[in-house]
Design a protein around this ligand. Structure first.
Ligand code: SF4
Ligand SMILES: [Zn+2]
Length: 118
């Protein structure tokens, strides 16, 4: 069940939902993602799975390392800017969970590399 998944798993589902919303409306893609958005979904998923912080990952936009390439980071920013405010109307449960997860995510003020990655 969605509520019982880990924060990272929820993040993956929510980010994919937001990219789908964005693509459908901005790229007229219907139910199938356009190439750019599909590549963004795959990229975000890979980053999330290989995140050096694991289950204690911060919110990506506040991450001191930020592992995204500049182009993908910009693409994701556009998606979030557009889809973020619309989530509350289209998918209120996800929107509330996302806000709670963002509040409770660890805040890392400087570049901390987990021991396992040193
Ligand atoms: S941006 Fe930071 S928190 Fe997000 S996946 Fe990359 S390393 Fe992890
Ligand atoms: Zn698209």
């Amino acid at each position: 069940m969605f509520l019982l998944k880990s924060r990272r798993e929820r993040e993956s589902v929510i980010v994919q939902t937001m990219i789908k919303m964005y693509c459908r409306k901005n790229h007229n893609s219907g139910d199938i993602l356009c190439g750019d958005c599909e590549s963004l979904v795959n990229y975000a998923e890979k980053r999330l799975l290989s995140c050096m912080y694991g289950e204690i990952k911060p919110v990506c936009k506040h991450c001191p390392v930020h592992c995204y390439s500049p182009a993908k980071r910009e693409q994701m920013k556009q998606v979030m800017r557009w889809a973020g405010p619309r989530m509350i109307f289209r998918n209120p449960v996800f929107a509330v969970l996302h806000v709670i997860d963002n509040w409770t995510a660890p805040k890392l003020e400087k570049k901390i590399v987990p021991k396992s990655k040193r």
